[in-house]
Design a protein around this ligand. Structure first.
Ligand code: COD
Ligand code: ATP
Length: 243
């Protein structure tokens, strides 16, 4: 089932749409559908991977905090080892989040600027921890890909070859999907098959692409800039012709 909060709420859109959900809820699957529709996607997981590349600023801080035992012989981070350390300990995870957050948010911001520079009118920003990291104010509307806990665990265990216990600790490291669902503008339920997901995605896309009504336009960011432009030029002409 698809839930879209209200057309007004959705159409207050700025040009950065948030895409979030839980681990293995299907965000990447949905972001691939956006890409296939010609909408660029900024992927926070890709940025987070770059932040941990050997020799980068993030890598240095993380190695200094967690020690050289998290490194492979190539001196790249041993991701499964670090994953085990952070998903089995709240304090380790909070430390990693604190160290990486400034690099990840700067990376996301620069990627958005890059896409705007390329002329993109709409960008989807795929951030797994959008609510947890309080980045939800940056994006509108927010699309949450929701699945039941059982489906989530099953897909996570299958995809990453994890035990039920390890999959459970990764799920528990995030805000509950039920809470994220309450905070969403659009909810895509992904318990069904891929055809069902495709159908919901088409509905989301047509709602997002629907032209703005005049009321919606004036309430949007573009509308606010137009008002500002009109007022500024009005003042300019009044001043010019008052001599
Ligand atoms: C711990 C790391 C090394 C594990 O790497 P791994 O290749 O196994 O997982 P990957 O990066 O593909 O992440 C998979 C999923 O795990 C979840 N996840 C990742 N980090 C976290 C975290 N700190 N807290 C909760 N969930 C997380 C997300 O849903 C993400 O989509 C890696 O996830 C990491 O560097 N995490 C910290 C950076 C971060 O917060 N990433 C999320 C981007 S907002
Ligand atoms: N509707 C579906 N039917 C069957 N399998 C699905 C469906 N949607 C996603 N999957 C599978 O579930 C797994 C998780 O999906 P995906 O990788 O898109 O999740 P994600 O939210 O991006 O995960 P992560 O937070 O770890 O990055 C993948 O193996 C994907 O192929």
């Amino acid at each position: 089932m698809l839930r879209i909060c209200s057309s007004d709420c959705l159409r207050l859109a700025s040009s950065s749409y948030g895409l979030t959900g839980g681990i293995a809820s299907g965000k990447s699957t949905v972001s691939n559908l956006f890409k296939a529709s010609g909408i660029p996607v900024v992927d926070a997981d890709v940025i987070a991977r770059n932040v941990l590349k050997k020799g980068s600023g993030g890598w240095k801080r993380v190695v200094a905090a967690f020690g050289e035992e998290i490194l492979l012989p190539s001196r790249e981070v041993d991701r499964p080892k670090l994953a085990h350390m952070v998903f089995s300990s709240d304090s380790n995870r909070q430390l990693l989040n604190k160290l990486m957050a400034p690099y990840i948010s700067t990376g996301i911001f620069l990627e958005i600027l890059k896409q705007w520079g390329k002329g993109a009118k709409v960008i989807v920003v795929d951030i797994p921890l959008l609510f947890e990291a309080k980045m939800d104010k940056w994006t509108k509307p927010i699309v949450v890909v929701w699945v039941s806990r059982e489906t989530q665990l099953k897909r996570l265990m299958e995809r990453d070859g994890l035990s039920r216990e390890d999959a459970g600790s990764r799920v528990m490291a995030q805000m509950s999907l039920d809470l994220k669902r309450c905070k969403a503008d659009v909810v895509i339920e992904n318990n069904g098959d891929l055809d069902h997901l495709d159908q919901q995605f088409s509905m989301v896309l047509s709602e997002i692409r629907r032209p703005l009504t005049w009321t919606e336009f004036w309430r949007s960011r573009q509308g606010a800039f137009s008002v500002l432009g009109l007022v500024t030029s009005g003042l300019f002409f009044c001043k010019r012709f008052s001599y």
